[in-house]
Design a protein around this ligand. Structure first.
Ligand SMILES: Cc1cc2nc3c(=O)[nH]c(=O)nc-3n(C[C@H](O)[C@H](O)[C@H](O)COP(=O)(O)OP(=O)(O)OC[C@H]3O[C@@H](n4cnc5c(N)ncnc54)[C@H](O)[C@@H]3O)c2cc1C
Length: 382
């Protein structure tokens, strides 16, 4: 079940079977002059069925939305063997409850996805990438707002990383820092457009000059070639690998409203440092989406197992701060089994009851990935 059945470059849709590899779908769309914008580190191996089941995000959410926003039609097999064919390639379908949305992000807890109709976009003809040194997280968000306003809203990626995150990439993952000296924060910014003839590079440089004169950016490099752009992206994409080599990590995948990111990083960072002085904050992620991978690396010299034994204690400091800011404790990585108990505490009783009722209606025998997404039964029964 890995065929790409059809590309419709007038309807801007692609019809795929669940086992199709994400990178293959991107390549077929590209060949038809279109863009399938879902893009993430695992794209060479992950399947569209898995992307839909986990509502994957990736680096293009700011401009194109997550998998949910890119899914038009679905076919699923229900736990009792019935097939629901919802393969409608429609932008508008207001005919009732959105069954399609029910299954997206359900982590295989309701049904098996067998096929889908996904949304395409025009293929960009120009892509420009810059790596910027920034004095603060506030400056990053001001740069994002400036770039969106001044570019005609063609910012297609905006990734933040701390100096510590860059330092471990240069130390452990073969990355080369683009600037001679350090800066507290960096942003990888990508602009793209399908308009022919626009001087996107000139526009990008003008935006960066304005940001520089306003003190939002202290240095910047605009990639001179596709190869250089790839090298800049590697600095961002190598962070998870570098973190593994830098010692134990305690991880969070939080989201808050974009404007609250500086306050979240300051407040949660200070609270965790008060709990464990010398812990090293390794914050990075899709701040254009309000999503920060708010990770911590163990203090130098500390025993790794001792550090990892503090995982839940650190989660219990960070997650309440995110939720108090109207945030989520799982922006894009889902609930899985790791957060299956914890999530129950962060939902309201009404939300927990609705989740349980949906699960019971679709999968009364609890056959499909028990505990995932809905939360662990033992917690729900108390
Ligand atoms: C290097 C790397 C980088 C990543 N970066 C990002 C990122 O930037 N943003 C992001 O959102 N995610 C990211 N992820 C996680 C990513 O979302 C998932 O790896 C991917 O979307 C899951 O696809 P998969 O085919 O590997 O599914 P699997 O890992 O095999 O399965 C994931 C879940 O979906 C269920 N499932 C799988 N297929 C189906 C199906 N056909 N029907 C029903 N349920 C199914 C499984 O039971 C499981 O619960 C990353 C992962 C890696 C390894």
């Amino acid at each position: 079940m890995n065929r790409i059945r059809e590309v419709d470059s007038v309807n801007f849709t692609i019809t795929v079977e669940a086992g199709a590899i994400l990178a293959d779908i991107q390549a077929v769309a590209n060949g038809a002059g279109c863009l399938f914008p879902l893009s993430l580190g695992a794209e060479g191996s992950c399947t569209i069925g898995g992307n839909i089941a986990s509502n994957a995000g990736g680096v293009g959410v700011l401009r194109y939305g997550n998998t949910r926003d890119l899914t038009l039609g679905r076919e699923v097999v229900l736990p009792d063997g019935q097939v629901w064919n919802g393969m409608r390639p429609l932008l508008k379908d207001n005919s009732s409850y959105s069954l399609k949305n029910l299954f997206i992000g359900s982590e295989g807890s309701l049904a098996i996805v067998t096929a889908a109709v996904m949304k395409l976009h025009p293929r960009p003809s120009q892509v420009e990438t810059a790596y910027c040194a920034l004095p603060s997280v506030d400056a990053a968000l001001a740069l994002l707002a400036l770039a969106r306003r001044r570019s005609g809203d063609v910012v297609s990626a905006f990734e933040l990383m701390s100096d510590f995150a860059l330092s471990i990439v240069t130390r452990h993952a073969g990355g080369h820092a683009p600037f001679s000296g350090p800066s507290p924060w960096y942003a990888l910014v990508e602009l793209s457009t399908s308009r022919e003839g626009d001087d996107l590079r000139g526009l990008f440089e003008a935006i960066l000059e304005e940001a520089f004169s306003e003190g939002l950016v202290s240095d910047a490099v605009v990639a001179a070639s596709t190869e250089q752009a790839k090298q800049l992206w590697r600095l961002r994409e190598s962070i998870p690998e570098a973190q593994k080599r830098a010692g134990g990590s305690i991880k969070h995948d939080i989201s808050v409203p974009v404007s609250k990111i500086p306050a979240f990083i300051a407040e949660a960072g200070a609270a965790v440092e008060a709990y464990m002085p010398d812990i090293r904050l390794c914050a990075f992620g899709h701040v254009g989406d309000g999503n920060v991978h708010f990770n911590f690396t163990q203090p130098e010299g500390m025993d790794k197992q001792r550090f990892l034994s503090c995982w839940h204690a650190v989660n219990d400091i960070v997650h309440p701060i995110a939720t108090q800011m109207s945030g989520s404790i799982s922006a894009e990585h889902g609930i899985g089994l790791l957060k299956a108990k914890e999530i129950v505490r962060y939902r309201s009783p009404v939300e927990n009851r609705l989740m349980r009722a949906i699960k019971a209606a679709v999968d009364p025998a609890n056959r499909m990935n028990p505990g995932k997404t809905v939360g662990l039964e033992s917690e729900l029964l108390v």
